[in-house]
Design a protein around this ligand. Sequence first.
Ligand code: T46
Length: 142
Amino acid sequence: MVKKIKVKNASIIKLQFFNDFPDGNLVIGEEKKSVPFPIKRFYFINSLFNKKAIRGLHAHKKLQQIILCINGSFELHLDDGQTKQKILMNDPYTGVYLRAAVWRVMKKFSSDCVILVVASDYYRESDYIRDYQHFLKYIKND
Ligand code: T46
């Protein structure tokens, strides 16, 4: 997991956790503490058996999210239109906080990978920018 994110509108979030070895870890996220927005939705992505799967390939206009890899690993590629960064997501206690206008691509999932996302708003297709050229125009006019 990377220590610093250089892409605009993206940062690292560390979650508090209790290590009850050998009886497990308990990991916590709380609104206004580790989660800097009111949580309206969560979703998770699992069963990533296709080694060639590519997800994401979009940016959001307003939505804020924290992306966590709570099991296994994957690569998160971020792009703010100027700076690009590849982040190896392999630490369940460290999330990536994405604000608006960050192009994201997710790939190279381990087959045991589980991705948990907490989001600031409900699902709205109108908040997605799914075309990269449109994304570049959008950030210029923003
Ligand atoms: C993101 C990355 C990290 C819904 O109906 N409700 C939902 O809450 C979500 C998240 C998706 N959908 C539908 C929309 C599509 O027909 O589920 C289908 C798959 O969604 P999508 O192709 O956008 O999935 P990913 O993995 O490419 O992207 C998702 C989130 O959509 C996105 O906000 O940042 O995970």
